[in-house]
Design a protein. Sequence first.
Length: 84
Amino acid sequence: MHESGTAAVVGELYDLPLKVLRDHLVPAEPPELEIGVIELEDGSAALATVLRDAVLDDPALLRSGDIEDISYLGDWRAFLHHEG
């Protein structure tokens, strides 16, 4: 977890073989993202795609406009609707 804080967001939980994660999902992610562990509402943990801490520590990248914090919306679908 980055020292900048946390945000509660709606997510989707999938049960999939680690082979699919390794061979298909991870290689398709952009370099700014990585697999991390998040805490779910019930206190359990799950693997998730998260922004790399190094990205948050790079002021130039954050100012570039290529990365946008949408956590205030709490939901990816809400962001798509907001942009739509």
